[in-house]
Design a protein around this ligand. Structure first.
Ligand code: HEC
Length: 167
């Protein structure tokens, strides 16, 4: 039941992310000369360093659920790869697949296992936030540590969170 619900959620969020990206791209194209550079970015960072809510939320979630293995700020550890490098080539779909279903590296003497997070709402309800944060880090537009300034949490984000955590 739960995993089916989450699966639907994952599909729905992938869909909404796409719609979101298309609409933001469109609105930015009108008032920005760098529309092409902003294309398909899941994060938004103002000139003064203020990050959008998703990126800030992703920072918090990453540093509570993922950093023990992947290192603080996504820089990697001896146990798990640097996600700021992984995301340079990984697609959103591939990222989602690994986090949802896990992955086990079989070619090493010590078995290294990426856990399955598909039924963990503390991860899956914030997966787009984690992706936005890691993508900003990977693109080199966000430094290490806690972002100094962030946008307020929108009512939309609050509603989506409540709906997801309640399912
Ligand atoms: C218990 C340790 C552990 C935790 C916690 C963990 N991971 Fe992993 N993760 C790994 C290991 C080990 C690998 C490498 C597995 C392999 O290559 O087969 C990995 C691989 C990945 C990959 C694929 C990277 C690549 O280059 O192929 C992604 C994406 C990923 N993890 C995301 C996450 C996210 C997001 C979180 C937090 C929600 C997380 N991981 C939490 C251990 C962990």
């Amino acid at each position: 039941m739960l995993s089916r619900g989450l699966r639907l959620f994952v599909l729905a969020s992938a869909f909404f992310l796409t719609v979101f990206l298309i609409t933001t791209d469109r609105s930015q194209a009108q008032d920005s000369t760098t529309a092409a550079a902003d294309e398909e970015k899941p994060y938004k960072i103002e000139k003064d360093g203020t990050v959008d809510w998703a990126t800030f939320s992703g920072f918090r979630r990453f540093n509570s659920e993922c950093f023990v293995c992947h290192g603080p700020d996504g820089v990697g550890s001896t146990f798990a790869p640097a996600l700021i490098d992984s995301l340079k080539t990984m697609t959103y779909e591939q990222f989602l697949d690994v986090v949802t279903n896990g992955k086990t590296e079989v070619n090493t003497a010590v078995q290294k296992k990426m856990p399955t997070f598909g039924t963990n709402p503390n991860v899956m309800c914030y997966i787009d936030d984690i992706y936005a944060y890691l993508k900003a880090r990977s693109d080199g537009v966000l430094g290490r540590g806690r972002p100094a300034k962030h946008a307020e949490k929108s009512q939309e984000a609050k509603d989506a969170e409540a709906a997801c955590m309640g399912s």
